[in-house]
Design a protein around this ligand. Structure first.
Ligand SMILES: NC(=O)c1ccc[n+]([C@@H]2O[C@H](COP(=O)([O-])OP(=O)(O)OC[C@H]3O[C@@H](n4cnc5c(N)ncnc54)[C@H](O)[C@@H]3O)[C@@H](O)[C@H]2O)c1
Ligand SMILES: [Fe+2]
Length: 377
């Protein structure tokens, strides 16, 4: 067993306080979104240079977006005649995963970083303020990028990608659109649950995974109770979701995530579905396959039975009923997926996602993966 948390984690009462306590100044560069930073600055100027990620590409990180941001950092550096000591990523998984690839300094591009990452020296420190409640990227050593030509997402996991500091500020989430709250919190829930059933799970990852699962589901139950048949407003307890997603990040950073993530990557890359939603599309079918194939999910089922206040045989039905109230389910046929595409995607998962498939509680063959996709049509 080996359990590791590299990133220093702090809670901070607000953004202004963060700027002064962390002495953000001229040797720093903020990478963020304009609509995330502007409400926080409240009319005041930024104390350091800022790059807005949305100017370099839409949606989630692609190799093209990463290259455009790296080029922009280099040209800003040339203009100013100085390098940046710290990069401050303020955003969701997209901003954070792009910022992680900027720690190596000049002259490198995404493909090269993915190929040589483990041998590259690190040149900058990385501070992260997550503004969604999902990825846990603020505490993981992973960056996930869609490679356009390969039509799938790939994850790079190397020690240099651990942020130095994660600063949790619940107020940063108040501008989140409901849909992003829903997709990102479902992503965190899946991190907690996939890491719980992973063969690499240990008492530390399971404890954090359980705590995250309890917080998120309790939050969902309150939200569903308060908002009738379909929840559409942000919960008041955003800090609870934020803490839960960081806990889930530590759990999966150590024990890994498995088939839900592996099967969601082609959907995200080909059909441009946000990461949390792509996961949600295959979540139920993957866990049904685990049950069908006899995986031992009993420790997780005990926890769900307690949270959902129902006997163990009823947990999965009750669990997905609740998740569906937060994020409406959708058949993947509505994205344009057909039976041929299911076969193609199953092949690409087997070829490209062994890093994740190794974390399944039970092995899945290519035929079984294809069946899972078909069950989602
Ligand atoms: N590195 C990891 O450990 C890890 C883990 C899971 C997922 N990911 C990656 O993270 C990405 C998804 O990240 P995400 O779910 O956080 O979504 P995201 O970062 O793509 O954000 C979704 C949208 O919400 C906006 N947004 C974010 N915070 C906001 C705020 N506070 N107010 C207003 N708008 C806001 C963003 O600008 C974007 O348009 C995917 O690329 C996924 O592959 C990485
Ligand atoms: Fe995820």
């Amino acid at each position: 067993m080996s359990f590791f948390v590299k990133t220093n984690i702090s809670e901070c009462g607000g953004f202004e306080k963060f700027l002064s306590e962390w002495r953000i100044g001229e040797s720093d560069l903020i990478l963020t979104n304009e609509y995330v930073l502007t409400p926080q600055l409240d009319g005041k100027p930024s104390p350091c240079d800022v790059l807005y990620q949305e100017k370099y590409g839409g949606g989630e990180p692609s190799d093209e977006m990463v290259d455009a941001v790296l080029e922009a950092i280099e040209s800003k550096k040339k203009q100013n005649g100085k390098d940046y000591e710290r990069v401050v990523a303020i955003g969701g998984g997209t901003v954070i995963d792009v910022a992680k690839l900027s720690v190596f300094g000049e002259g490198l591009r995404c493909q090269e970083i993915f190929e040589k990452g483990a041998t590259l020296p690190r040149k900058r420190r990385l501070l992260v303020i997550p503004t969604t409640c999902g990825t846990g990227s603020e505490v993981t050593n992973i960056s996930i990028v869609a490679f356009k030509k390969k039509q799938t997402k790939m994850g790079l996991a190397i020690p240099a990608l651990f942020p130095d500091e994660a600063v949790l500020i619940g107020d940063m989430l108040r501008t989140l659109p409901y849909e992003v709250f829903a997709t990102s919190s479902v992503d965190a829930l899946i991190h907690a649950m996939e890491s719980h059933v992973s063969p690499k799970a240990d008492v530390f990852t399971r404890t954090l995974g359980e705590a995250a699962t309890r917080r998120i589901l309790k939050g969902y139950i309150d939200l569903a109770d308060a908002s009738g048949s379909k929840a559409k407003t942000l919960p008041r307890e955003l800090q609870t979701f934020l803490t839960a997603s960081t806990m889930a990040g530590i759990a999966f950073g150590n024990a890994g995530v498995g088939a839900v993530h592996a099967l969601s990557y082609p959907l995200g890359a080909i059909y441009h579905v946000p990461h949390g939603k792509a996961n949600a599309l295959v979540f139920k079918a993957v866990f049904e396959a685990y049950q069908r194939l006899g995986a031992d999910l009993s420790p997780l089922e005990e926890i769900l039975s307690d949270i959902l206040n129902c006997p163990r045989p009823a947990v999965w039905e009750k669990f997905f009923e609740l998740v569906n109230r937060i994020l409406a389910p959708q058949p993947i046929s509505e994205l344009g997926v057909d039976e041929n595409k299911c076969a193609e995607m199953a092949q690409s998962v087997i070829q490209g996602q062994q890093r994740l498939l190794n974390n399944n509680p039970i092995p899945l063959s290519q035929e079984e993966i294809e069946t899972i996709y078909r069950n989602c049509l």
